[in-house]
Design a binder for this molecule. Structure first.
Ligand SMILES: Cc1ncc(C[n+]2csc(CCOP(=O)(O)OP(=O)(O)O)c2C)c(N)n1
Ligand SMILES: [Mg+2]
Length: 531
């Protein structure tokens, strides 16, 4: 078979069903083979800034390897911001980079560039298909590395001339190394860590999702009587928000984190790389910390961990819970700080809009890049583990396209993308791919005609909103965007209008842009949590 056929057969054998990409000349062998073999679907995105988040959003919603194909140096360059995000949030992603035909590479042809060097800055490993002798091994090596924690993008550079070579090899299932569970002694040590604490807490991150560990986490929380916080900016909700043990997302501010944890005397970090915060602030964290995860570069505070283990998270948590004496069955009081909704106003209040949308779409998978409203979404959501997804890196322009990937991954489910008006415009061409794939998505645009988050930060830092963060005039007309890509469109400027739309099952069905026309004077009630 040809190298390209081997590549596709091996991907298929390892459960891959789709490749997202924006193709060019160097991708012609790959795209042609996808069409001819008709096993793996090549899903065209109209840019790389859309293709990479789509693959990432798809991977997270499916809890499976995502594959994206990028066109030589400029295509890889366009995709790098989102590859950075996948690396920070820890998504297993295989990046097939279209290399150049080696027969004239020395002439520095058009689109030539240092792809290996570029890929290395955002991928944890870079492999190439170099000869017909190494191609089969390197295909499998790249997949195996991508499926080995800590997860991050892995690049495989695929020169088109080599893809057409013949090779003799058999497609195989890759054996990704299994992480160990806990032996008795280790489980006992973690149980003692909790046993010595009066008021322990758990801070969980993305690895819980990838390790299918949310139930084990909840069981440990119940056994230890420990609230579970999501680490700030966690890319996938690690525990059900409806769980009595869920204590909410930690705010991305060390000062606010310290305030939330001030009466805790021991913290177990489960997965992740530590506490991602936004602006500089200080605060003292509990001194006693322990960690179970996959990435030893984790940073969790000023002190070293009392215990630290690279382990399979689900089985490790089960082993520790099994050794604990149950102290409490349910927490004494609600662990998430409770807030009242603001009173209804003449204009649509963003907080009340979020609450109404969460109630109506309680069973949907949510992708949230709603800017200043994200903390409101987290305050009131009751979503299931793995079904609330954010970029995780702070790199905006990811959420809309990622939600399209999620809607393609889970065509059995409604997907809601809650996106700020600024954030909606970095990769809005993803709407075309959604239309082509027949997704069922609701894109809610929070149209406050501002970079409100930046104004909030500017106010905090230097005393006031900035003219440059006002994105009007001209006023962005999202009905035009919907029309361009063949989506339906609805808008609401008052609560009654929004409720009318939510009550009527038809208007918001299918792929619909719902523009919330907001008064920028009405801020989300949790806005202060951002900094
Ligand atoms: C890739 C990237 N570019 C720029 C920024 C800086 N940034 C942070 S928030 C923001 C504005 C977000 O605006 P919008 O989506 O309208 O939400 P709002 O703040 O208005 O609620 C920008 C530009 C970023 N975080 N990531
Ligand atoms: Mg905005």
């Amino acid at each position: 078979m040809k190298v390209v056929e081997y590549l596709l057969a091996t991907l298929e054998q390892n459960g891959v069903e789709v490749i997202f990409g924006n193709p060019g000349t160097t991708e012609i062998p790959l795209v042609r083979a996808c069409e001819r073999l008709n096993a793996i679907r090549y899903i065209v995105a109209l840019s790389e800034v859309a293709a990479v988040p789509m693959a990432d959003g798809y991977a997270r919603a499916r809890r499976a390897l995502g594959v994206v194909n990028l066109h030589v140096a400029p295509g890889l360059g366009n995709g790098m911001g989102a590859l950075y995000t996948a690396g920070i949030a820890g998504t297993p992603l295989l990046v097939l980079v279209g290399g150049q035909d080696r027969r004239f590479l020395h002439t520095q042809p058009i689109l030539w560039g240092p792809v290996e060097q570029m890929a290395r800055s955002v991928c944890k490993a870079v492999y190439g298909l170099n000869t017909r002798f190494d191609a089969a091994a390197n295909v499998r090596r790249a997949i195996r590395t991508a499926l080995t924690p800590p997860y991050a993008p892995v690049a495989l550079i695929c020169p088109p001339d080599l893809l057409e070579h013949e090779l003799e090899a058999e497609a195989m299932t890759v054996t990704a190394p299994a992480l160990p569970g806990f032996d008795d002694e280790t489980a006992e040590a973690y149980a003692r860590f909790f046993g010595a604490a009066k008021r322990p807490a758990i801070i969980a991150a993305e690895d819980v999702h990838w390790s299918h560990a949310s139930e084990a986490l909840e069981a440990l929380a119940a056994a230890a009587g420990a609230p579970v916080y999501a680490a700030p900016y966690t890319g996938v909700l690690p525990v059900s928000a409806a769980s009595p043990w869920y204590a909410g997302y930690l705010p991305p501010s060390l000062e606010q984190i310290a305030a939330r944890l001030q009466d805790r005397d021991a913290v177990l970090f489960v997965g992740g790389r530590g506490l991602r915060t936004t602006l500089y602030s200080t605060g003292a964290l509990p001194r006693r910390t322990a960690w179970i995860g996959t990435d030893s570069s984790v940073q969790a505070g000023d002190d070293e961990f009392e215990l630290a283990c690279v382990a399979d998270i689900a089985s490790a948590l089960r082993a520790v819970a099994g050794r604990m004496q149950k102290r409490t069955h349910t927490p004494a009081e609600p662990l998430r700080p409770e807030l009242d909704l603001p009173v209804k106003s003449a204009a649509l209040h963003p907080t009340r809009a979020v609450a109404a949308l969460l109630e109506r779409y309680a069973d949907a998978i949510w992708y949230d890049e709603s800017g200043l409203s994200t903390s409101d979404v987290r305050q009131w959501m009751q979503l299931a583990a793995g079904e609330y997804i954010i970029n995780g890196s702070g790199g905006i322009g990811w959420g809309l396209a990622a939600a399209v990937g999620g809607a393609i991954a889970r065509s059995d489910r409604k997907v809601v993308a809650a996106i700020g008006d600024g954030s909606a415009l970095y990769a809005s061409e993803a709407l075309w791919t959604a239309g082509r794939c027949g997704t069922q998505m609701l894109l809610v645009v929070f149209a406050n005609r501002r970079y409100a988050t930046l104004n909030e930060a500017a106010t905090r830092l230097a005393g006031g909103a900035l003219e440059s963060f006002t994105i009007e005039p001209p006023v962005l007309d999202f009905s035009g965007l919907a029309k361009l890509y063949g989506w339906s469109y609805a808008s609401a400027a008052t609560e009654d209008e929004l409720n009318g739309l939510l009550a009527d099952g038809k208007t918001l069905a299918g792929n619909t842009v719902l523009e919330l026309k907001l008064d920028p004077q009405l801020k989300p009630v949790t806005a202060a949590r951002h900094f």
